[in-house]
Design a protein around this ligand. Sequence first.
Ligand code: SAH
Ligand code: SF4
Length: 365
Amino acid sequence: MIKINIIGQSRESLTNQFSELGLPAFRVQQVWNWLYHHGMRSFELMNNLSNEVRTKLAEQYVIERPMVSSAQASVDGTQKWLLRFDDGQEAETVHIPEVDRGTLCISSQVGCTLTCTFCHTGTQMLVRNLTAAEIVGQVMVARDIFGEWPTPFGNRHISNVVLMGMGEPLYNYENVATAIKILTDEKGLCLSRRKITLSTSGVVPMIENCGKELGISLAISLHATNDDLRNQLVPLNKKYPLKDLLEACRNYPNLSNARRITFEYVMLKGVNDSVADAKRLVQLIKGIPAKINLIPFNPWPNSPYECSTPQAISAFAEIVYRAGYASPVRTPRGRDILAACGQLKSESVRKRKTKICSEADEVAA
Ligand code: SAH
Ligand code: SF4
């Protein structure tokens, strides 16, 4: 009999499965506590369950995390792990330590179906969606590495989670939603909803759900202030143009000055970084409680863009700031290990390709 991974099963689904096994609902609570509060890796050690229950569970389920296939540490303290899943596919997870918090950047897909022209992940084929277990598993592996069990109350290495790794999370909504419910459940990994941020390139029909059902923070990869340019940079804009995207942002549930949308804006030299762009940007988002995150472009081999000059970035930031919006410039972290925004996976794909493909493929990669 093939055993099921008990990690990543929604509370409802597990309750139904347990009921079929003749186990009452409170057992789910107990098992979740072992799995997600204590990080337990074996049913054997769940000492408030009878022998009979432990055996039953071990017959049906396994407790499985992704495997760490390689680990790299940047000079700035950022760490990147290449994780391998059951079928041999891989995705990357990055930990970024800061003074007052630790942020884990997780992936939602292997690759991405979208083709944003400035993003290296976008040049790689989608292999598949990650399952809820694989999404939750990324956080659990990081907790294992930091020895962060049982879940501490304050001062965590992983206080914040951002879905800004590989993939478009709103194109894998169901699995992402199941995973987030486990991450934010008090009896799950107990992370604050506000400290989880989902970044989307603008899958408009799913944005409302994200707010209503999950209540997490939202980041929008905006990058341009008119449809012509955004069509080029983020081709999904042809399907969901700026007007619709901004409308969805205005309607995002529970927005306030304390709960703002983050607009991400990658700074591309001579493309979207003029004073006129900055002025259009503040007009565009008028009335939306927002902050603007300016991201210096992280180059990758043969990328068609260059990063804006520091002068252009500060002039842009100044205009946005004067209009009343926080405009932090995102310090690139982990560039030396290709862990910065938009650089993920590239190295691992390249390595694999080198192993299995011809030289021509290497050039194409
Ligand atoms: N697919 C989602 C989340 C992953 S990308 C999205 O697009 O929002 C996370 C962030 O990194 C996005 O804002 C994306 O636009 C940005 N990004 C992608 N490539 C980049 C690059 N080369 N340099 C800087 N930021 C980049
Ligand atoms: Fe996909 Fe986001 Fe990269 Fe666009 S920026 S290709 S949506 S991962």
